[in-house]
Design a protein around this ligand. Structure first.
Ligand code: ADP
Ligand code: ZN
Ligand code: ZN
Length: 745
């Protein structure tokens, strides 16, 4: 017997499988991990196929050394998925296969944990008799007595009652009275999240209607849904029911969330309702815990998995359902190598495994909504909040008027009054500041010079308090002492500029002395479970006002919050990115949706320098449809995705000349390709060799060749050819191709 093995080395020369002989007595299946000889070394590999014969010269074929597990670590469906992804991304199969396994499993960095246990080899009554008769060793008698009561316990537990039982156990085993053996144990991640029981809601008509469409799909051949429900419409409850049904049908479910740290409530619900069949995959698991959760899933013991984007690769048995919650979040897109979009992977899995896909959001991505309109997904809408709770009232405040009226602070008169009222009534408020740090960056008032990081070409931020009065770069961690004279013109008027969360917190404290505030941003959440602690503190009601960056806008449900303030709505509106309007709309709508989720009605105040911008207006009205139509038209007119593909070849190197030179070569080669293929050329709307807006990052100079392509088969072929091209470059520069990347900076 022979097998084809993908050897786990990511290198161009070994992208294709190698043939090995399977020794007699060894049985292997596709998906199984094996140790194989490779050159002078032993390497890990994954069996692709097993065959009876092969047409290579038999003397030159080497033998598989041993299987690494006695079961296929990658089930068949995921083998197929990896192959499909490799083909799409034009990357070696070894790279996509890696996604299917816990990272630490490769290279044998985690092991199955075992435990020594002991059990009686005789009947318990006999053991008790022997214990009574035992006169010389009290320890021996004690052990026999304990085992007669609770047979098959771990040696560790036993040694809590009997000190150093080792020798006595050995003798007992030698006399044939007990048996000592090793068993596998599982490292169960601690229940860091408190379990909550089932609230037993009566479903609302909107929830009933949505489930009316989903449940038949679960029972049948699967379906694809986009669940668009306003904030507070009870989307979670809909997919909880869908999960319950999936389990009842004997199948498994995967729930993807943008960031597990931000969804402790959801995790608690899942734990509480589904108990030990639920597995939670998050970044704070130790490698051993992660491996064991993976094994529980692989064995079919865990049948509901909740986790961030990589959980989409969970090897569940009989997949019935995948839910992608807050599907518009950019965290579903992985721009590491190999790049993938978890939503597309989920769709591909569901089709292959005949499962149901639910994408859920109050503000679906323009891409997903366009697909739903085209009929790729069935659109399920829940336009009303649970229990007829009203949507919050949104007021727009023109900050230009505030300034004209002499208010130079970051809080408008209206927001100040509302905060006071809220505090007086003992209710809670959230303030969103889409930026971090105190008085963010440093600039010269005389010449306009901005202090930038020497490694990254990005302005440095200044922090008061927790930091040490230093300027800090958020990309590479570089710190500098703030200068007292401008390095450019020598002026003394070099000042801190702009406002961040610390500044807002300070003003709120001045306005409401004695009222407790909490701040949630990059700086306050860096510790272990930083998010969880702050959110718990806020939920408990010990603090009244939560001030934070976009982190606070995500899916949180605080019934006591009656006021939400957005300090500067248009901060993100004019970034040089075609998605900035979509992102701003999503952020404002989501954060407005945090207000009034309990019994008290909610109030939202959005401060802006551009109240006439339609995006701000749609968000204030929570009007997704109008936003979508407007944005869709704009994308069609401007030829942006989903009508086109944006791609770039990014070149990076510490040496500037090398970057310029490689970028020129790349452009030349790309243009040659187009000349050779006129049909590809027709689909290219733009190709431009340019300096990105971040010119230097982490000490590397950068250049990119930007391309805009019409969506077509030809564009895909061109991208495949360009991918090949970027692989074959020198080692002085890093070159890679990005398609619709999350940022173009
Ligand atoms: P969404 O995700 O759509 O914004 P959630 O799923 O967070 O909304 O639900 C909003 C709130 O309504 C939550 O506190 C939830 O527990 C509650 N809820 C959901 N469904 C019901 C129901 N059928 N009856 C009563 N309360 C419900
Ligand atoms: Zn200056
Ligand atoms: Zn830097």
């Amino acid at each position: 017997m022979f097998c084809q093995v993908i050897v786990d080395i990511v290198h161009e020369n070994v992208a294709s499988p190698f043939t090995y002989r399977i020794p007699d007595m060894m049985i292997l299946e596709p998906g199984q991990r094996v140790a194989v000889p490779f050159g002078p070394r032993e390497k890990e590999g994954i069996v692709l196929e097993v065959s009876e014969d092969c047409d290579l010269d038999p003397v030159r074929i080497r033998e598989v050394i041993r299987p690494l597990e006695d079961y296929p670590a990658i089930p068949q469906e995921l083998m197929e998925l990896a192959a499909e992804m490799a083909e799409k991304a034009h990357c070696p199969l070894a790279e996509t296969l890696r996604l299917m396994l816990p990272a630490q499993m490769r290279g044998g960095r985690v092991h199955v944990k075992t435990e020594r246990r002991v059990m009686l080899a005789i009947a318990p009554e006999v053991a008790i008799e022997l214990a009574k008769a035992e006169k010389r060793s009290r320890k021996r008698a004690e052990i026999l007595r304990i085992l007669a009561e609770a047979d098959g316990i771990s040696v560790k537990v036993l040694s809590e009652s009997v000190r150093d039982p080792g020798d006595a156990l050995k003798k007992l085993a030698a006399d044939g009275l007990v048996e000592i053996f090793e068993t596998e144990t599982l490292r169960r991640p601690e229940a860091a999240f408190e379990a909550q029981g089932d609230p037993g809601f009566t479903l609302t008509p909107g929830q009933e209607e949505a489930l009316g469409e989903i449940l038949p799909a679960l029972q049948g051949k699967g379906g694809r849904f986009l669940l668009h429900g306003v904030t507070g419409s009870g989307k979670t409850e809909v997919f909880m029911e869908a999960v319950r049904k999936t389990l009842a049908l004997g199948k498994s479910a995967i729930i993807l969330v943008p960031e597990i740290a931000l969804t402790p409530q959801m995790v608690a619900w899942f734990r509480g309702r589904f108990g030990p069949v639920a597995a939670v995959i998050h970044s704070r698991l130790s490698p051993g815990e992660r491996f064991d959760e993976w094994r529980r899933i692989r064995r079919g013991d865990a049948r509901v998995v909740i986790g961030a984007r990589s959980a989409v690769f969970s090897p569940v048995r009989k997949l019935g359902l995948i839910v992608v919650d807050e599907e518009h979040e950019s965290t579903y897109f992985s721009d590491h190598h190999p790049r993938y979009d978890a939503r597309e992977v989920a769709l591909s899995r569901c089709e292959r495994e005949r499962a149901t896909l639910i994408l859920a959001s109050a503000t679906p991505s323009v891409l997903s909504f366009a697909k739903a309109r085209r009929g790729d997904y069935m659109l399920l809408e829940m336009p009303r909040r649970v229990n007829e709770r009203p949507l919050p009232e949104v007021e727009l405040i023109d900050m230009r008027e505030e300034l004209e009226n002499g208010n130079r602070t970051v809080l408008s008169g209206a927001l100040r009054t509302a905060l006071k009222k809220c505090a007086a009534k003992g209710e809670q408020a959230m303030l969103l500041m889409n930026r971090r740090g105190y008085n963010s960056f440093v600039s010269c008032r005389s010449c306009g010079y901005v202090m930038k990081c020497p490694n990254c070409d990005i302005s440095m931020t200044y922090h008061i308090g927790s930091q040490d009065g230093l300027l800090r770069c958020h990309y590479c961690g570089q710190t500098l002492t703030p200068p007292d004279r401008c390095p450019e013109c020598g002026s003394r008027y070099i000042r801190f500029f702009g406002a961040g969360t610390q500044k807002v917190e300070e003003e709120v404290r001045k306005l409401l002395p004695g009222v407790r505030t909490l701040r949630m941003d990059y700086d306050t959440t860096s510790g272990k479970d930083g998010h969880g602690k702050i959110l718990e503190e806020f939920r408990s009601g010990r603090a009244s006002i939560l001030i934070g960056t976009q982190m606070i806008a995500k899916g949180l449900d605080f019934p006591r919050v009656t006021l939400v303030g957005v300090v500067a709505a248009d901060m993100t509106l004019n970034l040089p990115d075609y998605r900035s309007r979509e992102r701003t709309f999503q952020l404002l709508t989501q954060v407005a949706g945090r207000a009034g989720r309990g019994l008290e009605p909610g109030r939202v105040i959005i401060q802006t320098y551009k109240p006439e911008d339609p995006v701000i207006g749609y968000a204030a009205a929570q009007d997704y449809r109008s936003f979508f139509e407007d944005e869709f038209r704009r994308r069609r007119n401007g030829l942006y995705p989903p009508f086109t593909l944006l791609a770039r070849i990014l070149v990076e190197s510490p040496r500037e000349e090398a970057v310029v030179c490689t970028a020129e070569t790349m452009e030349k080669q790309a243009r040659e390709l187009l000349d050779k293929h006129p049909d590809w050329k027709k689909k290219v709307l733009l190709m431009m060799n340019d300096t990105p807006s971040v010119k230097v990052l982490r000490g590397k100079n950068r250049r990119h060749i930007l391309m805009k392509l019409l969506v077509s088969r030809e564009a895909d072929e061109l991208i495949a050819a360009l991918t090949e091209m970027t692989r074959e470059t020198d080692k002085v520069t890093d070159v890679w191709l990005e398609v619709n990347p999350t940022t173009m900076m």
